[in-house]
Design a protein around this ligand. Structure first.
Ligand SMILES: *Cc1c(COP(=O)(O)O)cnc(C)c1O
Length: 413
C-alpha cells in the first residue's frame, strides 16, 4: 500500500494484534488488566519483551492499533496515544526538560499550551522563551546550552501564520535541538512533518481525527532520533536504548507514572474518524476557501485572513508546505467593533457559537472575550486579536447553507 488513504484505513494488516476473530472493525478492549498463560510470560511483560499486554494504563490493544495507524499515516518511527492534546504537549516537555532547562516557543500558541509553558512548567523550573518565529535571529539568540526544545504550531490560531519551516528546521539541526511541532490544525494529511526534519509531532486527536468532536485525545509521533544524545534527561536511556531513548523515557516513565492513557472507547472513535479523515478535510477546506472568497467581497467585512486567498501574506508558504488545496478550516475576519461582531455572531442560525474547530459543524467564536479574555488590549494587539475579530471554523455542511446563514446574519448587523 502506498496511498495515504489506504494506509490510514488498513494500517498494517498483518500486524494487527486485535484481529483474533477477524472482526473488520478493531474491537474495544475495555479492560484494565490481562492474565498470562504462564509466569515466564508475565516476567517477560514486565521486562518489555514479547507482545504482551499487562495493564491498560501502560498499553491496550485498541489504543495500540490506533497508534499503529497514526504512525503509518504520518510516516513516523513511533507513536504514543495519550489522554488529550494537552497531555501530549506537557509530557513531551517533561520528557525533554528538567528544572533549569529551557524551551524556545513561538509566541503564537494555543491558549492552554501558552498557559502550560508560562505558568505550570515555569513553576517546575522550566523556562520558556516566547519569541517571534518569523524572526530567526531572535530564535537563535535565545538558544543557550540549556535549551532542550524548539516548539511551534503548524499554522497558528487564530492568526493563521505559516512559518518558514525549512529555515527553522535547519537552525534546529545546526544546534542539535529537538524541533517539536503541534500539527493539530493540518494533521499529516495536510502537512507532512516527516519531510521537514521535525523531530516530534504532537496532535490533539480531539479535532479532525476524532471524526467530529466525539472524544478528547492526543498523540505523540516521533520522526527523527539523532538528537536524544544531547538531552541530559535522556542520558541513561540513550546509553541503553540509543535511538529509542525518547520513546522509552516517555512511555516507561512520564506517561506511565503521571497516568495519561487514552481510553480504549475513545481510541475506537478515533479509529472510526481516521478512516474518513481525508475526505472530511478535503470537503471542509473546499468549503472554507469558498466561504473566504465570499466574505472577502462582503461590504460589512473589514478584513479577512485565509491562506489560500492569493493576497494572504502566507499564500506562497501554504502552497509550498501544505497539500494542494488544503488551507485548514479556520477563517479570521474583522468586523467594525465588538458590538457588530456580537450582533453578527448572535444572528447566526445554523453556525454554532462555540470553541471547537476541525469539526463537522461550522462554529464561530469571538476570541477577545473568550479564549483570550485574560489578556490586556496591548497583549491582544500583539497577537493580532482585536475587539472586532471573529474566528469562523468552517464545517462539513453544504457550502450554500453556510453562505446563506452568514448572509442573513450580516444583513442584521
Ligand atoms: C485543541 C488543541 C490542543 C489541545 O488539545 P486537547 O485535546 O483539547 O487537550 C493543543 N493544540 C492545538 C493546536 C489545539 O487545537
Amino acid at each position: 500500500m502506498k496511498g495515504f488513504n489506504s494506509k490510514l484505513i488498513h494500517g498494517n494488516i498483518n500486524n494487527d494484534s486485535t484481529r483474533n476473530f477477524r472482526s473488520l472493525k478493531t474491537p474495544i478492549y475495555n479492560t484494565a488488566s490481562y492474565d498470562f498463560k504462564n509466569t515466564a510470560d508475565l516476567e517477560d511483560a514486565f521486562h518489555g519483551k514479547g507482545n504482551h499486554f499487562a495493564y491498560s494504563r501502560t498499553a491496550n490493544p485498541t489504543v495500540t492499533e490506533l497508534q499503529n495507524r497514526l504512525k503509518t499515516m504520518a510516516g513516523a518511527t513511533d507513536c504514543l496515544c495519550v489522554s488529550s492534546g494537552m497531555f501530549a504537549v506537557s509530557s513531551v516537555v517533561l520528557t525533554l526538560c528538567g528544572s533549569g532547562d529551557n524551551l524556545i516557543a513561538s509566541k503564537y500558541l494555543f491558549g492552554n499550551t501558552y498557559s502550560l509553558l508560562a505558568e505550570t512548567m515555569k513553576s517546575l523550573g522550566i523556562e520558556t522563551r516566547f519569541v517571534d518565529f518569523e524572526n530567526l535571529n531572535e530564535v537563535e539568540q535565545n538558544i543557550d546550552q540549556n535549551t532542550r526544545g524548539i516548539f511551534m504550531e503548524i499554522m497558528t490560531n487564530p492568526q493563521l501564520i505559516i512559518f518558514d519551516f525549512e529555515k527553522i528546521a535547519k537552525l534546529a539541526s545546526q544546534k542539535d535541538i529537538p524541533l517539536i511541532a503541534d500539527n493539530t490544525a493540518l494533521t499529516a494529511y495536510g502537512f507532512f512533518c516527516h519531510k521537514y526534519a521535525i523531530d516530534i509531532e504532537v496532535i490533539s486527536t480531539s479535532k479532525f481525527i476524532s471524526g467530529g468532536a466525539t472524544a478528547i485525545g492526543g498523540a505523540i509521533l516521533i520522526h527523527q532520533n539523532t538528537k536524544w544524545q544531547y538531552i541530559p534527561k535522556l542520558d541513561s536511556e540513550f546509553a541503553k536504548f540509543g535511538e529509542d531513548a525518547f520513546m522509552k523515557k516517555i512511555s516507561n516513565e512520564i506517561f506511565r507514572n503521571i497516568g495519561g492513557c487514552m481510553s480504549p472507547g475513545n481510541a475506537y472513535l478515533k479509529l472510526l474518524g481516521l478512516e474518513t479523515l481525508s475526505i472530511r478535510i478535503d470537503k471542509i477546506c473546499d468549503n472554507a476557501l469558498k466561504i473566504a472568497k465570499f466574505l472577502q467581497q462582503h461590504p460589512k467585512i473589514k478584513g479577512i485572513s485565509y491562506n489560500l486567498l492569493p493576497n494572504s501574506p502566507y499564500y506562497e508558504r501554504a502552497r509550498k508546505y501544505f497539500r494542494p488545496n488544503i488551507g485548514g478550516c479556520l477563517i479570521k475576519i474583522e468586523m467594525e467593533n465588538k458590538t457588530q461582531a456580537f450582533a453578527f455572531s448572535d444572528a447566526l442560525k445554523m453556525i454554532r457559537r462555540g470553541t471547537n474547530f476541525c469539526d463537522n459543524k461550522s462554529m464561530i467564536i469571538h476570541p477577545a472575550s473568550t479564549i483570550y479574555c485574560n489578556y490586556s488590549k496591548e497583549e491582544l494587539g500583539e497577537m493580532q486579536i482585536y475587539e472586532g475579530t471573529l474566528r469562523i471554523a468552517v464545517g462539513l455542511e453544504d457550502f450554500e447553507d453556510i453562505r446563506d446563514d452568514l448572509t442573513q446574519a450580516l444583513l442584521q448587523v
